[in-house]
Write a protein that binds this ligand. Sequence first.
Ligand code: R2B
Ligand code: URA
Length: 298
Amino acid sequence: MRSENINHAFLDPVVAGEAVDVYYHFGVASDDPVLNDFDVKAVILAGSGDRIDRFASTWSAMNNGAAVIGLPKEERFTTRYCAGVLFASHGMGMPSASIAVQELMRMLYFLKRGDLDALDEVFWARVGTSGGVGLEGGTVVVTTEGVMADLQPYRVLNGGMGEYWFDSTFPTDVVDAILAANEGQGRRLMPGRTVAGNEFFLEQFRLDGAVCMETADTKMAWLEWIHDNGVRNIEMEGAMLAGYLNHWGFPKFAMICATLLNRLHGDQVTATPEQLHQFSEDAGDALFAYLRATLLAP
Ligand code: R2B
Ligand code: URA
């Protein structure tokens, strides 16, 4: 962990019991007894609450029916804890997902009582959907680097109205381990850079938004440019996720996204519900293959 990048002024009094931290969007606070049962070895994120529910059930089945504990508030995010894994939804886009990630980082710091070595052990992953760039629907991309639509890392405005640039790379050894855990299992996985657009339509250069800034030519020029620069898919959260986790120095995290369509061939998601279900299952299965190899290994 990079201790100097952790907000000790706010977080340490919580660990010391001198203050209570309210994880408002999760509807729980650091003094809530429900957290006593959370021995978190991995945090798994996905956009939708339904997916979180299914992931928690799958993990429970893989752990001899271990209990699934939910947090009562589900208005913003859905959360489940089961057998060492905290599953949480994050909504769509970096503004929503950054709230989930920041509150979960705070919660984790409290749960690990500020022990930086214990925090180092925690694995994080986002499992999601994406638009493929030169890849047909159903490919699973394991992200090597998250970038924004201009191929630069994640950044936010800060105090002096300058920009703070985050390191939004993903740890290579984890990418390799996920690919290895999935070898020979019939799923199409590949590593690649991933664009996180701030918008599903505009910052993904679609022509089918209500508001459209592109022509067929500018759209294709952007898609070809990002493809030539190693981008294999486009989603909406990865650059922020990597940026914040690297900021604290978490060494183990990943993003695994199914592609729903090939953006070189169109903008609309026209796959059937059955196909979409299969795509999403494949990304989930790719994660569980890795969790099985790491958390359940004898
Ligand atoms: C992928 O899919 C969602 C948009 O449909 C968004 O959350 C993302 O990253
Ligand atoms: N999610 C995205 O953000 N973009 C796509 O094209 C598909 C899913």
